[in-house]
Design a protein around this ligand. Sequence first.
Ligand SMILES: [Zn+2]
Ligand SMILES: [Zn+2]
Length: 362
Amino acid sequence: MNDRTTGFLRQSYKEFYFKRGAESIEFPEETASREFGYIPFGGGMVRHLSFKSPGEALAEVLRQSPSSVYCSNARYEFPARPIEEKGWLGAELIFDIDATDIPTPCKKGHDLWYCEKCYASGKLPRPAKCTKCGGPAVEFHGVCEDCLQAAKEHAGNVVKFLTEDFGVDLSAIRIYFSGNRGYHLHVFDRRFDALDQRARGEIAEYVKGSTLPPSQTIAATLRRRLPSSPQGAGWTKRVTGYVAEHNKNYGGTLQKLVSEAVASQRALVDTSVTTDIHRVFRLAGTLHGNTGMSKMRVRSLDEFDPQEEPIVISSKPVTLHVSFHPRFRLKHKDFGPYKDENVELPTYAAVSILTRDMGEVV
Ligand SMILES: [Zn+2]
Ligand SMILES: [Zn+2]
């Protein structure tokens, strides 16, 4: 990335933070016990920072206007010390749902490899080298409205597990759009705060349905007496309820129906995020370093439009040279595909290309 591009990105982020940072950024409770971190444009990760108050933290975000800002879900006695000396006091339970982890059929259409040298491209899997010129082949993972809708459904499923199976009050769950292609759920319910990595891992595997027996085994059990209403609790209730509701007019096998019951109700969360109790997460209300979109609070999953609301950077036109970028959609408008050409784009669309290092400001 050249200096002009880095400067343009920093300026675009700065403009947002100065205009809207104070209202947009959401600091967690007990700010003084959190670890903060950030990645400056053109620099490496800075961690182990702490601030006495939200005001002090906000001032630093404005001053730096970095590419990414992070904050721990854990609370520490000494948040600025190295990990082993921090004095861990507990951490909110967190779930990360990313469209990349959900096997949507549309991926075949928008995930691809391309050559960084001659810009040839093709379907995945990525060859070791460009098939045309032998140059470096890299993967590109796109995201479409179907992917974002799937992520939203999985986020909704996590909410159902938490409220129905774990007795969490709906008001204790905060849902955020991640700023990229998914959702973060923060659970402000003190019962979970002291859980270790293993216990958190069990919860993640439970909502994913990965601890369930194979659908063939479940179907064999249900075949003995087909349920006519939901039975038991938790996953048993979900599967028997689904089968009872759908089996009358169902054309396929019982095993297929059981698979469907699981697939439609599971939540494919990233286990490694839930189990990491020392992680720093993107701070709510700040801009994502690879998209320029805002990580933002979602009050209603049904009504939230991830193609519109998180796009908070200006529409001012800017000319850039795009080396390569497949077609993409923002604010319900199509852009691209672009290949080795100069284009004029609204800043928010330019930023999503520049932050991925797929173009430079002219
Ligand atoms: Zn090539
Ligand atoms: Zn898709």
